[in-house]
Design a protein around this ligand. Sequence first.
Ligand SMILES: Nc1ncnc2c1ncn2[C@@H]1O[C@H](COP(=O)(O)OP(=O)(O)OP(=O)(O)O)[C@@H](O)[C@H]1O
Ligand SMILES: [Mg+2]
Length: 237
Amino acid sequence: MSQEEKKVLIEARNLVKKYGEGEALMYALNDVSMKVYEHDFLVILGGSGSGKSTFLNMIGAIDKVDSGEIIVNGRDICKLKDSGLTLYRRNEIGFVYQFFNLINDVTVYQNVTLAPGSRNKERALSLLDRVGLLEKKDKFPRQLSGGQQQRVAIARALNKDSEILLCDEPTGALDDTSGKAVLKLLEEIHEEGKTIVLVTHTREIAQMANRVVTMKNGMVVSDVINEHIVKAEEVEW
Ligand SMILES: Nc1ncnc2c1ncn2[C@@H]1O[C@H](COP(=O)(O)OP(=O)(O)OP(=O)(O)O)[C@@H](O)[C@H]1O
Ligand SMILES: [Mg+2]
């Protein structure tokens, strides 16, 4: 199926996000438009400060745009009120962060079950099994390695039925081996039907994507289909 025939899940139109005033005014996003298609494994690539996290936080409704539209399921999420935004974040989007963002004073199992929008408890156990951490379910996040914590964060994100998973440098804080385990997991999740938007400054990771958008200075500078998708197993960085 060609890209144009696929359903558009997210359409960002002319997003602008500014910080500072006067001399210090800068555009974190300077007229960014982008479509996320159903079943994309979309990698957003760009150097530090190019606007990648800002963009992801806008489409994840973690932060607000100054202007522009973000159409998801037929409505502009920028126009939602707080209650609507909460429901959107809870039900329509899964988020995986560079530094995991687990709740430190509850167990691994509770991290997966207590998240807003999470499904039932049995499913949490099967997800922990799936990410290879069932035996760690009663541990606290600090008792786990970074790679293990990130896999808990992925289990948490999967314990809701969002069509879309947003990942901000999910391997950024991990060594190569645990980074690769996380990429393999994301690859599997994608093969099962999830749409993934992954932000990274690591060019090699973009080889896994079916589509690569490059950002620079708050702008999209290229948006290309990747014809030679590389398996997570073979990605080296
Ligand atoms: N809360 C903020 N206040 C002021 N400036 C900000 C804020 N958040 C981001 N910026 C600026 O916006 C620009 C884009 O930041 P962003 O975090 O989106 O970059 P990034 O591409 O994710 O970079 P990195 O790879 O380092 O994570 C940067 O110049 C940054 O300094
Ligand atoms: Mg960032």
